[in-house]
Write a protein that binds this ligand. Structure first.
Ligand SMILES: Nc1nc2c(ncn2[C@@H]2O[C@H](COP(=O)(O)OP(=O)(O)OP(=O)(O)O)[C@@H](O)[C@H]2O)c(=O)[nH]1
Ligand SMILES: [Mg+2]
Length: 227
């Protein structure tokens, strides 16, 4: 029997500036992470078919809080995370976000998986690779979206996909990490993403989450500067 998650019934829940402000850990959630401007908010809007749900912007650094959205019920959630790698944010501010984000990733019991977005034209930057090795260390499933696939011809997009797959194989990451093409502009890859999210969210919904978990290893204190 396949239980439905109605992605189209997403609603804004709350924005948290700190870990303490996050909503109850009851249920399950999937967080969208990646470099600033990779297309996290656009992907959420496409997935939920709601252009106004998460705020998008041409200016990197738009999303500055942990933004929670419910999927039909408050116990199934999406989380839009602030992006990394944007050099123009004041250092003190950047360190502050980083601290809250690290705490969220390390402690959040209802976090079932990370959707890690990378612009298909610049995949596997330092921060992306750091996130992947950290996720592997703590056994957190990751699904990579190579975003803005509409910006490349089909052949070039496929080549990029194969290169990322090759990297995952070389790094022994294929058990935990998967990858697909995605475009928020033309909808390429939406149903594939929905399938992955269902697999992560639904098993956790029958009350099995929220038990004792091993503490996650610390993220490195200083993420690489990229721009
Ligand atoms: N062509 C194309 N443009 C896209 C796509 N997805 C996002 N964009 C554009 O990329 C820019 C950044 O998108 P956002 O969704 O705001 O990126 P973000 O990752 O949420 O950025 P931060 O909140 O700054 O971390 C915007 O100008 C979007 O319109 C896509 O699939 N195709
Ligand atoms: Mg955003």
């Amino acid at each position: 029997m396949s239980v439905a998650i109605n992605f189209r019934r997403a609603e804004y829940l709350i924005s948290a500036q700190t870990f303490a402000q996050c909503p109850s850990e009851e249920g399950a959630e999937v967080a969208f992470a990646g470099r600033s401007n990779a297309g996290k908010s656009s992907a959420i809007n496409r997935l939920t078919d709601n252009g106004k749900l998460a705020r998008t912007s041409k200016t990197p650094g738009r999303t500055q809080l942990l933004n929670f959205f419910s999927l039909g019920t408050a116990t199934l959630r999406l989380v839009d995370l602030p992006g990394y790698g944007y050099a123009k944010v004041p250092l003190a501010k950047k360190n502050e976000w980083q601290r809250h984000l690290s705490e969220y990733l390390q402690k959040r019991k209802s976090l079932m998986g990370l959707v890690l977005l990378m612009d298909i034209r610049h995949p596997l930057r330092d921060f992306d690779m750091m996130m992947l090795s950290w996720a592997a260390e703590m056994g957190m499933p990751v699904h990579i979206l190579l975003t803005k696939s509409d910006k490349l011809k089909r052949g070039a997009a496929k080549t990029s996909l194969l290169e990322v797959r090759k990297y995952l194989t070389t790094e022994n990451l294929t058990d935990l990490v998967s990858v697909q093409l995605f475009s928020a502009s033309n909808g390429d890859g939406v149903s594939e993403l929905e399938g992955v999210m269902r697999d992560w969210l639904l098993p956790a919904q029958d009350g099995s989450s929220g038990g004792e978990v091993e503490p996650y290893p610390d993220l490195p204190p200083n993420l690489p500067e990229e721009d």
